[in-house]
Design a protein. Sequence first.
Length: 213
Amino acid sequence: MVDPIIRHIDPLAPSSSLVDHAVDVLEKGGLVVAPTETQYGLLTRADQAQPVKRLYQLKERSLNQPTAVFVGSIELMMHYARLNPLATRLARLFLPGPLTLVVSAIGTFPAGVVSEGKIGLRVSSSHVIQGIMQRVDFPVSATSANISGETTAARIDDIALLFGDAIGLYLDAGALEQQVSTVVDCSDERLIVLREGTVSLADLEAALKGTVQ
């Protein structure tokens, strides 16, 4: 077995060379573990079937349980989905940040990315993820670096023990707090919280006061 490639990265001022290394792995259909604003994420390009399938196999997750995807900006979200007024308002208020918006997808995506015509989109506030997304022209998986249903380890060494050299690159930003992002379905102008996380329901409702009757 080949030793996993682990590189230390400053989460606030990530090295361009390390970001470029991650981008190179992703462009070739590989997998990367990197720090997000909540916990370590397992990244691969979300526009090709084989990388997505490999990610799901590694996580032992069913393709019927779609994961969210990162995009580089709110404007780019509109390339992949229809943003109704509710989704647009939430995006402007909370993104970049730990909020995934489930909206109506545009175009064709691999199994595991879109379910029932819907896609979950997120713009990360992590400097590492932002650096990666500024350099790629495809969406990237936004899922935790764990076996499906299990807790994500706070330290990269423990994640590397789990996945080994199946991951092309591990970006180590030290121990991360175990937070989760909030996931909301706003595809039909109703706010449905699928998972409450860092952004609370109270935060969402307060922000939308006077907008949703």
